[in-house]
Design a protein around this ligand. Structure first.
Ligand code: GUN
Ligand code: ZN
Length: 435
């Protein structure tokens, strides 16, 4: 048994909406045994309960739950940071060419490892990941994640129209490949599968129907796609699906709007769509760095709250500009300032930990540090350089530490990342390469 001594913060409760009911232990103790968290509390109390535990003293640092990135694209690791486009031309000019390279499974294996390294060095321990149309790209990611027992949710992208021929599947192959990937990977180890139609414009009605059938057959698989990100995209959906009553309705018609469905963006939703999302139990992934980068718009957190819609924070790399979830909240804060409804640091932290885990139905495993959950946690070093040492006081409260790091921080603030009770990344030792 290992006992860690540090300041600790997490949201322990199973609240359906955000409350600021965070648990803070300034001089805290976190006890783990193999893969599992066994106890948490004030250090003196936990130390007295487990006198035989070996103690690791991390005083001055913060232990937090591993961060959850609820929407990103691993094949876009290499195409991040390209100038000058909005969504549709950005996809054509940068994204599709990068994704074509994943026909080569060696390339997929290489990028999968680079991608996971980026997650680890930024403190992200679970990602909801789009792969490419190639089945082997999905296998490459699950294999790399399995090597470190990392909880990944991923799926093969399905597209049977409006994209380059090299990236096009068909209704039958999308259904057969998705079903076979579910059978091989879903709930095997810590892997989980997400049915992944890229977005409505790249799927025919037949393909959406085929994936909707799988969603009903495998009711606990995830669904991930994009929704109402960009005005040109929305106009395109309207012309492709003239019968539908709006963008969300295209998915709804095929049983793709339900709990465990995660919709990227939701920037330009109508009041009816907000209402339907709230009633369905689906989640919207708020991707502020991406929305600013592609000029898509400003997410309406106020509407999400009013409609009791689950929201989870996400990077959306490679339209997103960072793998770092703290910085992602920093941009969410700036978006919320422009909407005159500032998103508090505690709510931001909730949306990348317990709030995301609850939205996805995974809070018995991840998102918090409750006994019985898996030991996925990070060690944060707030005062990692001259400026942060000046700005952040030794005894600063958690919300101030988190906020300052969301503006000033980056991967240098992440000292260690632990997954399933193993230290998979440590900043000082440079031990950040998957073998
Ligand atoms: N819409 C459809 N595909 C994509 C993608 O890869 N990134 C983003 N941001 N939006 C999309
Ligand atoms: Zn995306």
């Amino acid at each position: 048994m290992q006992l860690f001594r540090a300041s600790i913060a997490h949201f322990p409760k199973q609240t359906t909406q955000f409350t600021d009911d965070i648990a803070i232990f300034k001089d805290g103790g976190l006890l783990i045994d193999k893969k599992e968290i066994k106890d948490i509390g004030d250090f003196d109390t936990i130390a007295a309960r487990y006198p035989a535990a070996s103690v690791t003293d991390l005083t001055g640092k913060w232990i937090l739950p591993g961060l959850i990135d609820s929407h990103l694209h691993y094949p876009q690791t290499q195409s991040i940071a390209h100038y000058g486009e909005q969504l549709l031309t950005w996809l054509e000019n940068y994204t599709f060419p990068a994704e074509m390279q994943f026909a080569d499974s060696e390339h997929a294996n290489t990028i999968a490892k680079v991608f996971l390294n980026q997650l680890l060095k930024n403190g992200t321990t679970t990602g909801f990941v789009f792969t490419t149309v190639h089945k082997s790209s999905c296998q490459a990611l699950f294999n790399a994640a399995s090597d470190i027992d990392m909880a990944i949710v991923a799926g093969k992208v399905c597209m049977d129209r409006n994209c380059p021929s090299q990236l096009t599947d068909c209704t039958e192959s999308a259904q057969a490949d998705s079903a076979s990937l579910i059978e091989t990977w879903h709930n095997k180890g810590r892997n989980r599968y997400a049915l992944t139609p890229r977005f409505a414009p790249t799927s025919t009605e037949a393909q959406l129907a085929a994936l909707g059938e799988l969603a009903q057959q495998y009711s606990d698989v995830f669904i991930q796609t994009h929704l109402s990100e960009n005005l040109d995209e929305i106009a395109w959906v309207k012309s492709l699906f003239p019968q539908a009553d709006g963008y969300l309705d295209v998915y709804d018609k095929y049983n793709l709007v339900r709990e465990r469905a995660v919709f990227g963006h939701g920037i330009h939703l109508t009041p009816d769509e907000w209402g339907r999302l709230g009633e369905s139990g689906a989640t919207v992934a708020f991707c502020p760095t991406s929305n600013l980068f592609l000029g898509s718009g400003l997410f309406d957190m106020t509407a999400a709250r009013a409609n009791k819609v689950h929201v989870a924070m996400a990077t959306d790399v490679g339209a997103g500009t960072t793998f770092n979830m703290f910085k992602t909240y920093g941009d969410a804060y700036k978006v919320s300032q422009l909407r005159n409804d500032p998103l508090s640091p505690l709510e931001g932290f909730y949306l990348m930990t317990q709030g995301a885990a609850i939205a996805h139905g995974l809070d018995e495993e991840i998102g918090n540090l409750n006994p019985g959950t898996i030991a996925d946690f990070i060690v944060v070093e707030p005062r990692f350089d001259e400026l942060t040492s000046l700005r952040i006081q030794q005894d600063a409260d958690f919300d101030d530490v988190f906020f300052a790091l969301s503006i000033l921080g980056d991967d240098r603030a992440i000292a260690q990342t632990w997954i399933s009770g193993n230290c998979c990344y440590e900043k000082s030792s440079g031990n950040n390469e998957l073998q």
